[in-house]
Design a protein around this ligand. Structure first.
Ligand SMILES: NC(=O)c1ccc[n+]([C@@H]2O[C@H](COP(=O)([O-])OP(=O)(O)OC[C@H]3O[C@@H](n4cnc5c(N)ncnc54)[C@H](OP(=O)(O)O)[C@@H]3O)[C@@H](O)[C@H]2O)c1
Length: 309
């Protein structure tokens, strides 16, 4: 397939570029400033906030499928600047969806577990979404915009971690980098998530696109863990000192945006449709270590040039 990946310099987008390329797809990638350099991958710079940007890009690229990963992802920055959050997470999503429909392309739109309010989970696709911060509100508005203008699109709510390109750091890397330096770090016991290794997520997103799925799906780990528990499991798997992670409460951390507590997701719908069980967290953590040993971080480092010039 001809697949266009937006947000190709981000955590998900960069890992998706490698996964889609390895799977033999014709990959087209876009980000604002950091060019992707990989044999066979076409890269274009585009600021998608420009209302003309998405239309021009898709008209030129003529993809069979788009995986839309570009977003405003900094939760506290979204709280401080709602206009920016809604411009990227709602308006850009709508432009991408309109343009995808116009060129006859499939669309996998990436959303978030943060559309839920954090009441006890796991949350199903049919549960009411009631976000409690600007990031979640803007992502929910994006889901609604995409659903309105491109009803054939798949809208995927996720939570993930993994190896990032230089300049970014996922939750897992934050734990590992600090533990490797012997630095004690807090782990929130009151925030529960269903985190999937980004490489596992990338493979599943390609399956969603290939299968032409429509509607809302949760793609997350089969089990749920607190952020504290995730840190401890990472420490154990990487043979680091787990006692450096101390149990902490998110409400006392001075975060600007409210954080929903229980974001665990039910994954039965995607498991039935793709006829595969979502991986457990421990499987993802073991793979994270295996990937590091196999030189995967060097592959990611080589993927992005510093600046478009
Ligand atoms: N990380 C998680 O655990 C998590 C959890 C739930 C949902 N999600 C969702 O997953 C998706 C991917 O997240 P991520 O963590 O991979 O994001 P990320 O690492 O923060 O990357 C964001 C991407 O968006 C691009 N972007 C930002 N502003 C842009 C603009 N004006 N025009 C074009 N591109 C722009 C960035 O490009 P530049 O580098 O050029 O700025 C970057 O490639 C998002 O939809 C996010 O909401 C993430």
């Amino acid at each position: 397939m001809r697949i266009l990946i937006t947000g190709a310099s981000g955590l998900l987008g960069s890992n998706l570029v490698l996964a889609a390329s390895d799977a033999g797809h014709h990959v087209m990638a876009t980000s604002r400033t950091r060019p992707v350099q990989l044999d066979g991958v076409e890269w274009r710079a585009a600021d998608l906030i420009d209302p003309e940007g998405a239309g021009a890009l898709l008209a030129e690229m003529q993809p069979d499928g788009v995986i839309h990963c570009a977003a405003a992802t900094d939760v506290d920055q979204c709280e401080d600047d709602p206009n920016w959050a809604f411009a990227l997470n709602r308006d850009v999503a709508r432009h991408i969806a309109v343009s995808a429909r116009e060129v006859g392309s499939g669309l996998v739109h990436i959303s978030t577990d943060a559309v839920f309010d954090g009441s006890p989970g796991p949350h199903a696709e049919t549960d009411e979404a009631r976000p409690i911060n600007v990031y979640g509100e803007s992502k929910l508005a994006g889901e609604q915009a995409v659903g309105e203008v491109h009803p054939q699109a798949a809208i995927i709510r996720v939570n993930f971690y993994g190896w990032s390109p230089p300049g970014r750091s996922s939750l897992a890397e934050w734990f590992l980098e600090n533990l490797r330096q012997g630095k004690p770090r807090p782990g929130f016991t009151d925030i529960v998530i269903s985190p999937l290794l980004v490489n596992q997520l990338a493979g599943l997103l390609l399956s969603v696109l290939e299968a032409g799925l429509s509607g809302i799906y949760h793609i997350a780990s089969h089990d749920a863990v607190s952020k504290y528990e995730l840190g401890v499991r990472l420490a154990q798997a990487f043979e680091l000192d787990s006692s450096l992670i101390h149990p902490a409460n998110s409400e006392r951390a001075g975060l600007r945006a409210a954080r929903p507590k229980d974001l665990s997701l039910r994954v039965g719908k995607i498991e039935r449709v793709l006829e595969t069980r979502m991986p457990d967290t421990n499987v993802g953590i073991a793979d994270l270590r295996r990937l590091e040993h196999a030189g995967y971080r060097e592959r990611l480092e080589a993927l992005l040039l510093e600046h478009a010039g």
